[in-house]
Design a protein around this ligand. Sequence first.
Ligand code: ADP
Length: 249
Amino acid sequence: MIAAISVNNLGKSYNQTELLKDFNLDIEAGKITVIFGPNGSGKSTLLNILSGIVNKDAGSYHIKDFNHFQFSYIFQNYRESLLPWRKNFDNVALPLEIQNKSRQEIKQRVEELQKLFDFKFNWEHYPYELSGGQQQILAFIRALVTEPKILFVDEPFSALDYENNLRLREHLQKYYLAFKPTILLVTHNIEEAVHLADKIIVLSKRPTQVLEIIDNPLPYPRTLQSLKDEQFHQVKDKVLSAFQKATNL
Ligand code: ADP
C-alpha cells in the first residue's frame, strides 16, 4: 500500500479532555477513505489537524508530496466558507485567482466542471440566493476547481435532500474516477460511507483510536443498484457491528 497520509501517535486534548490518543492511521493514495465514528469522537478535529488548521498536542503526521495548490477541503459549515460578497462564479474562481490564473482559464475550467457535473447555476447571482443544498454544491465545485490530488470532505451531503444527496455522491465518484485523488471523507451516514468508500475507518469513543478498518470490495462506479447489492449489505453489517462496539448501543 502506498500511504498518501501517515498519522503516528497523534494526540489532542481540549480543556483537559483527551480527544485523540496515540492515534495511528495510514491513508492509501488514490482511494476514498471514509472516517466513521461516534459523535464527538474527533473526526472533524482530525481533518483540521491534518490540514494545518488546528495544532496537534503530540505525535506526527506526514502527507506525501503535499502541495497547497493541490489540496482542497470542503468544510462541514459550507455556508460560512462561501464569501457572501462574491458572486457564485467569483466564489468558485477564488482558488484559481490565488494561483494567478487568467479569467479565460478560469472560465474554461468552470465550464469543464459544469459539463462533468451537469449543474445549472446562475453564476451572476450571490450564494444567499441559492438553497442550502445548492450552496453545498457550490462549495463542492469550488473545492474541485483546482483539480486537487488530496481532498478532505466533512459531511458533504448533510444539507441535501435524498435525491440531491445521491446526485452529489454520483458526481463525487465521477470526479474520483476521472482524477483518482486521495479522498478523506467524514460522514455519520452509514449508507453514504458504504456507497463511496474503498475503506471505512471506524473510530472508538474518546479518547479516540481506530477501532476497525473495513475494506469495501464493491466495484466502482457504484450506482443506486449497488445499494441493493448483497455485498453492500455485508459491508454495511460489518460497519454497524463495529459502530455498536464503539458506542455500546
Ligand atoms: P466529530 O467531528 O467526531 O463530531 P469534533 O472533532 O467536531 O468531533 O469534536 C470533538 C469534540 O472536541 C467535541 O465534542 C468538542 O467537545 C471538542 N472540540 C472540538 N473543537 C473544539 C474547540 N475548538 N475548542 C474546544 N473543544 C473543542
